[in-house]
Design a protein around this ligand. Structure first.
Ligand code: FES
Ligand code: FE2
Length: 448
């Protein structure tokens, strides 16, 4: 964890991320086929999933030579392993002998990988190092010659990114300078993942990315957020980046303009008291911006003395606000003052376009003296330690109040989209991140 003061990445008095120029959208119609059609999903696999950068896991799981993780993306499984040279490499989890998966473990330590079928062995560079009966290959022994097929792999923001396209642009250029600079300033590489849950969910992956590309639904689906997060479009900022990604800025730690009561909700009041502010000195409906500003000043002044070392180089807005980065196609990262949240749908391993795997990660900074941290999933606080991965079926277990609210509607939307009565989306201006996402998707799908 960073202890010494670093240079500010963003101007310290910045009140919000810099507004990006608005691109002109074409107004492509969004119809149901992309959510339900198996042929569309097959093409999407080839044209989108095999060509874009995706998250494989946390870099701290592959820090030492031999440490490895695997990640499933659609029907593929990818092994990420740290080599003896400390380079992290990624390989398809498929044996060059007759295709068997080399491992079904999600993480582990291996001096070498051994295929469970006929015992071929591979070193950490993916090269075959031993096969039984090597003299019996008239075409030449596979050792040193056959290897696990490697794919692109990069570590950024303390996370492992992979791309199956050998000729893909660099991760940094894919993300663009704004996203790289801003996400970097949160130092996710110093965080620990305290929640890691996946729900096998009854909807297409895009139903979930659409949901995180708009906040129009918040007032209806998540009224519980209104006392402390601004989600009304008039007071937020939405950016469509020319890289194809989107960003949403939500001023927070102040009641929304939709919160008309004078009373400050208990969640926000508790935060104010934690930062030596008296909630009784403020009125929720009259002192909105003042509350947010007061919390920012107090955190800047007292942060370090309370062990919040990561506050040292924050811009003003980072002390209070939530910013959502909708990285095409499916990496949704929301950053707030004390943590980063990943809400990510992955295409389902079965190939069924009406199902997906929905991941929820929560990464936090370690604060001295804090052994537990509030869960974004609701329920009891979480221990500040690396979380075991939990996989559940949709509905079996809560994914968190807000995520549950989103998922409950995802199933209903999937069902409604299959109706002969549905024609195409009809969206307000504030949903233009959804429109942008679909136009970027169309651009990928139009390329051979
Ligand atoms: S399939 Fe892997 S050793 Fe035979
Ligand atoms: Fe939502």
């Amino acid at each position: 964890m960073s202890q010494t003061a670093k240079a500010y990445t963003l101007a310290p008095d910045l009140d919000k991320p810099e507004k990006q120029p608005e691109p002109t959208l074409r107004g492509d119609g969004v119809t149901a086929d992309r959510y339900i059609d198996a042929d569309y999903a097959k093409q999407e696999w080839r044209k989108v999933w095999m060509r874009t950068w995706n998250l494989a896991g946390m870099a701290y799981h592959v820090k030492e030579p031999g440490e490895y993780i695997t990640v499933d993306l659609g029907h593929e499984s990818i092994i990420v392993v740290c080599g003896d040279d400390n380079e992290v490499r990624a390989f398809y989890n498929s044996c060059p002998h007759r295709g068997t998966r080399i491992t079904s473990a999600e993480e582990g330590f291996a001096q070498k990988f051994s295929c469970p079928y006929h015992g071929w062995e591979f070193d950490k560079m993916g090269v075959t190092s031993y096969v039984p009966n090597e003299e019996d290959y008239p075409q030449g022994g596979p050792c040193g010659k056959k290897r696990l097929k490697q794919i692109q792999c990069r570590i950024l923001f303390g996370m492992v990114w992979i791309n199956m396209d050998e000729s893909a642009e660099s991760l940094e250029s894919f993300l663009g300078e704004e996203i790289v600079t801003e996400l970097d300033s949160y130092h996710i590489e110093d965080m620990i993942r305290v929640l890691n849950i996946t729900a096998d969910s009854p909807c297409n992956w895009k139903i979930i990315t659409d949901n995180f590309n708009e906040a129009y639904h918040v007032q209806v689906l998540h009224p519980g957020l209104i006392p402390y997060i601004e989600a009304n479009y008039k007071a937020c900022q939405f950016d469509l980046m020319d890289t194809g990604h989107n960003r949403g800025w939500f001023p927070s730690h102040n009641p929304s303009i939709l919160h008309t009561e004078e009373h400050i909700g208990e969640h926000l009041a508790a935060i104010m008291r934690q930062w030596d502010l008296n909630p009784d000195d403020f009125k929720a409906n009259e002192n909105r911006p003042l509350i947010r500003k007061a919390i920012q000043s107090s955190k800047r002044e007292l942060g370090q003395s309370k062990g919040y070392n990561h506050y040292q180089e924050y811009a003003d807005y980072q002390f209070t606000d939530y910013v959502i980065y909708n990285i095409f196609p499916n990496t949704v990262i929301t950053v707030g003052p004390d943590g980063a949240q990943l809400l990510r749908p992955r295409p389902h391993p079965s190939g069924d376009p009406q199902r997906c795997l929905f991941d929820h990660w929560w990464m936090v900074h370690k604060i001295e003296g804090q052994t537990e941290t509030p869960s974004p999933a609701g329920g009891p606080d979480l221990p500040v330690e690396d979380a075991e991965h939990e996989v559940v079926m949709y509905g079996e277990k809560s994914l968190g109040t807000t995520a549950d609210e989103d998922l409950s509607i995802a199933k209903m939307q999937q069902e409604g989209l299959s109706s002969a009565g549905f024609q195409q989306f009809y969206m307000p201006h504030q949903e233009r991140r959804v429109q942008h996402f679909h136009e970027v998707l169309n651009d990928y799908m139009a390329k051979e």
